[in-house]
Design a protein around this ligand. Structure first.
Ligand code: GAP
Length: 467
């Protein structure tokens, strides 16, 4: 079996095609022509996503002493988003092409020509900056240089609940960020579980943003899921904990098997309205390069102070020893599950040569692979092979869950299909299994090497290799 050194095909297009071809990700509402900025995870994708989530939950709840899990409701009282600052401050600067109505993110388009727009700039200053560069601003759709004035565009998605036709009914917002549910339950957790500060709360939840220009596949979407931790510390005891959290999050990405060379930290130059310090973990994506997968934010006492002011409820923590009361400071980690999914897929995607043929292979860590084992009878028209393979399939499925049976096409094609979805092991029942009781062959995805393993030892051997 010849195996050439793997070469990474550096293209987002190939990755997107694989995601569709092998049932990882579909365009949302595809049969109606699609809905921009919304994607659906297919049967293979949801398994990979759930495995990423399980790894995150283990690292942030089970493996820690002082972290608690939460799952808060998506709809929240409308005042929450006033208190959080999102109804006013959660805006992107937008201009529209007068010719074809395409909307552009002004800050992103200015950045492309090397002009930085400060997040805190007023609408008037942004318009002045934009006007100074109008002749360089080209519409990405029609190529014209004719845009409207710049407008601050709020990203919150509004909806209504109950009888919204009656006078005085207020709109509610879909969550612009998942973490607000943690702040709203801070007091509940303190009152019911009496945790000592410092402690953390971990939660995964959907977020919705009316992104002006959703782009780069799962990278910038209008509906996405975030996995957040909020760590509550004593005021001014943020620095050391912040550094420890940054290190911890870096290690988690390495534990997924992501190439460290493709990761970097980047400090924010312009801080969002709630942050005192902010660092992103970035991944070097194919085609569009380094960009954020997770934000680590020092939010100080901003959130609890705001909710205390707007709700009128005392959200101070009482130190059980000194009875001192204070508003804890918050250190946040917020990761986009779609972006991490994309980074994991991009990192695993390889094209290499095996047995003289090129193939696409996803070198996913076994703990993330959507299918752990595929079981084949060598030939589908030999009942004794099919029967034995079915028996082994049933045993392995009970043990490992995500196991498939495949008797379609020749064995080479079956291997290729499994390589493309990252299945670490293929088990084949052949004539030697039946006639000589010689066990089955177990084929390794990355090397293509095969080993004969007795039926008795099969489960244990696979379990050890799965780690
Ligand atoms: N609670 C803090 C917060 O929401 P953020 O930097 O706006 O901070 C955190 O978002 C993470 O959510 C980002 O690092 C990114 O992974 C993900 N994210 C943000 N906007 C997104 C979008 N439009 N599409 C996909 N993921 C997004």
């Amino acid at each position: 079996m010849s195996k050439k050194e793997a070469t990474k095909e550096n293209s987002m297009e190939n990755l997107i095609a694989l995601c569709k071809r092998r049932g990882f990700v579909y365009q949302g509402s595809e049969i109606y022509g699609g809905l921009a900025g919304v994607y659906d995870f297919g049967p293979r994708g949801v398994e990979l996503l759930n495995n990423i989530k399980a790894s995150w939950w283990k690292a942030n709840v089970y493996d820690k002493e002082n972290y608690y899990g939460l799952d808060s409701g998506m709809f929240k009282h409308p005042r929450v988003w006033e208190a959080s600052g999102h109804t006013k401050g959660f805006v992107d600067p937008m201009a529209e092409c007068r010719k074809c109505n395409t909307r552009i993110r002004v800050d992103k388009e200015l950045a492309k020509i090397g002009v930085a727009a400060d997040e805190k700039m007023s609408e008037k200053d942004l318009n002045d900056l934009f006007d100074a560069h109008r002749n360089e601003m080209v519409c990405p759709s029609c190529g014209k240089k004719d845009f409207t004035a710049v407008r601050a565009f709020n990203l919150l998605v509004k909806t209504n609940l109950g009888d919204f036709t009656s006078a005085g009914s207020e709109p509610v917002y879909l969550p612009g960020e998942a973490c607000q549910g943690i702040y709203l339950n801070f007091k509940n957790i303190v009152d019911t579980l009496q945790p000592s500060i410092p402690f953390g709360v971990a939660q995964m939840g959907k977020a919705f943003r009316n992104e002006i220009s959703p782009r780069n596949f799962l990278f910038r979407t209008r509906e996405f899921e975030q996995a957040d931790t909020q760590f509550f510390v004593r005021p001014n005891e943020n620095k050391e904990a912040y550094e420890a959290i940054k290190k911890d999050r870096w290690q988690w990405y390495l534990s997924l098997g992501i190439d460290e060379e493709k990761l970097r930290f980047k400090q924010h130059e312009h801080l969002v309205f709630y942050a005192k310090d902010a660092w992103d973990i970035e991944y070097d994506f194919p085609t569009f390069g380094f960009d954020e997968i997770e934000g680590i934010h020092d939010r100080t006492d901003y959130d609890l102070t705001q909710h205390m002011k707007f709700s009128g409820i005392d959200l101070r923590y009482t130190d059980p020893k000194t009875v001192e009361k204070y508003i804890p400071w918050i250190l946040e980690t917020s990761m986009g599950l779609g972006r991490v999914f994309l980074a994991v897929m991009a990192d695993a995607y390889h094209e290499d040569e095996l047995g003289g043929k090129t193939r696409v292979v996803l070198r996913l860590s076994p703990k993330l692979a959507p299918v752990k084992i595929a079981v084949f009878p060598l030939l589908k028209n030999k009942p004794q092979l099919v029967e034995k393979a079915s028996e082994i399939y049933t045993t392995l499925k009970k043990e490992f869950g995500a196991v498939v049976f495949d008797d379609n096409g020749n064995i080479g094609k079956r291997y290729r299909r499994q390589d493309e979805i990252g299945t670490p092991f293929c088990v084949t029942v052949d004539f030697e299994t039946i006639e000589k009781h010689a066990g089955v062959t177990v084929r390794d995805r990355d090397t293509g090497g095969q080993e004969r393993v007795s039926e008795k030892e099969l489960v244990d051997k696979l379990r050890v290799s799965m780690v």
